[in-house]
Design a protein around this ligand. Structure first.
Ligand code: BG6
Length: 487
């Protein structure tokens, strides 16, 4: 199977924060990959921008190093790297002053697509937006790309939206949630809306419950200062896990069109019920305890008394006709036993078994693996082979995208690559609209406020485990169990 690469229109893309971690790890290597794939026209330019004084040669050397560090050797070659570097430019600007802006204004072309990627902290969004206007750089066709965290609560998200709205129309603002750029996440929509098979079963009558797991093996690493003010709820649930929940739960949009899709997601967020305290478990990873052992979360962030969670599990309910009575269990955490993200739709048992009380009877489960080994697995019951009468056994209908799609499957574009190309194409479907982000905070805020008011401390869990014991109880209580976290 050969996938078609459709080149985008020529563009000037300015990456603010070009020397930062995200640009180095994801944005710049991702752009190189799209260039090699033939998606970036030869006349396009990528303009790095940051406070650091540097010339184009310095920036090219910086990008060459980033490509070498973050792309596997099979995915790069010296010749194409050299050709890619020719498209790079650099202008140092001062986000809080006027330095560098006239130079940037002189460089930007007005007759190609212009995009500005704000790969900087949210405190600079307003300054950048304002200066792009004041210096006559942005036009009504320019696009801005903003990263998460988009605020830390409803009030700050509203303030950010208001600031951006002073200078840009909503149709120009691309709020990134990189989970929406993941191949399998989009496949979720294809599976649901391009097949007749699932829709009749996709409701509370047939779905017992849904599990959404995003498990990581890494700790907070060098991001402790940011993470400790945020925690798993703000860092992962308010955005990535909620987006996944929306894609599973939403009604079919009338068209695969940005606002049609986002309208349906928004309705799901509005239909989410407040979460009861007993339906939330927060955890924090412990350390090895001994000298030289792995540090605990508190040690990682340098705050011995911290009450921030590095793990969270919760039960959510959607109050609408389709989902009333089907719980959505969400969990995410750091330093867990595997890096495994999946969505599992667990169906109800058959209403009556004609085979009697067969041992080993299991429900059908549709599991969509986001990472690693992207794919889908549908477990079905069949007869155990052999002459021993009608005994049942569960088998997986397993599809790995890498195997099913051959080379194309193995070379799936990274989320950032896809999303940046969507920005250039002007397609906002996989970006969060302002009202969506606000609604997500409106659901999240009271949950956080309640545990802060109670002074709750997260439960400890061992690194390499599946999370705190209490999280197991969250499902046991309901007669269910979590799926194993397996890489
Ligand atoms: C980021 C979070 O948005 O997503 C990180 O801030 C997290 O804490 C990361 O590690 C996970 O992304 P991925 O693509 O590796 O699953």
């Amino acid at each position: 199977m050969v996938s078609r690469v459709i080149p985008v229109d020529p563009f000037d893309l300015v990456v603010f924060g070009a020397t930062g971690d995200l640009a180095r790890r994801k944005i710049l290597p991702g752009l190189y990959r799209r260039f090699v794939a033939g998606q970036i026209p030869e006349t396009s330019r990528i303009i790095g921008s940051a406070r650091t004084e540097m010339d184009a040669t310095g920036f090219r050397a910086f990008v060459a190093e980033a490509i070498e560090e973050f792309l596997d050797v099979k995915r790069r070659d010296a010749d194409s790297v050299a050709r890619f570097l020719d498209h790079l430019h650099y202008v140092a600007v001062d986000a809080k002053g006027d330095g560098g802006w006239p130079e940037l204004a002189a460089l930007i072309r007005r007759d190609v697509v212009q995009a500005y990627y704000f790969s900087v902290g949210p405190s600079l969004f307003g300054d950048l937006a304002e200066r792009l206007h004041r210096h006559g750089i942005a036009t009504p066709n320019s696009r801005i790309v903003v990263e998460k965290p988009f605020g830390r609560d409803l009030a700050s998200a509203k303030a950010l939206n208001a600031t951006l709205a002073e200078h840009f129309d909503e149709s120009q603002i691309y709020r990134i949630d990189h989970y929406l750029g993941k191949e399998t996440v989009q496949n979720l929509m294809a599976v649901r809306f391009a097949n007749i098979l699932f829709e009749p079963l996709w409701n509370a009558r047939h779905v017992d419950h849904v599990q959404i797991t995003v498990a990581e093996t890494v700790g907070v690493g060098g991001r402790g200062a940011y993470y400790d003010k945020s925690g798993a709820m703000r860092d992962m649930v308010q955005n990535h896990l909620m987006q996944l929940l929306c894609l599973i739960a939403m009604e079919p949009p009338y068209r695969f069109d940005p606002d049609a899709v986002r309208d349906e997601k928004l309705k799901v967020i509005h239909a989410l019920l407040p979460v009861e305290p007993e339906d939330i478990v927060r955890g924090q990873y412990r350390g090895g305890g001994k000298k030289g052992a792995a540090p605990s979360y508190a040690e990682d962030v340098g705050e011995p008394a911290t009450k921030t969670e590095s793990y969270i599990a919760l039960k959510a309910h959607i109050a609408n006709w389709r989902w009333k009575g089907t719980p959505f269990y969400l969990r995410t955490g750091k330093k867990l036993r595997g890096r495994a993200s999946e969505i599992a739709i667990v169906f109800k048992e058959v209403p009556h078994s004609i085979f009697g009380d067969e041992e080993g009877w299991r429900e059908n489960v549709l599991a969509i693996r986001l990472q690693p080994n992207e794919g889908m697995n549908l477990s079905v019951m069949i007869k155990e082979p052999g002459p021993g009468g009608m005994r049942l056994t569960e088998v997986p209908l397993d599809m790995s995208f890498a195997e099913a799609l051959g080379e194309d499957g193995a070379d799936i574009p990274d989320a950032y690559e896809r999303l940046i190309m969507d920005v250039i194409r002007g397609n906002q479907t996989l970006f969060m609209r302002g009202d969506e982000v606000e609604a997500a905070w409106a659901w999240t805020d009271p949950i956080i406020a309640a545990w802060e008011a109670r002074g709750d401390r997260p439960k400890g869990y061992d690194p390499g485990s599946s999370g705190p014991e209490d999280a197991l109880m969250l499902l046991h209580r309901d007669g269910r169990r979590w799926r194993e976290i397996r890489e």
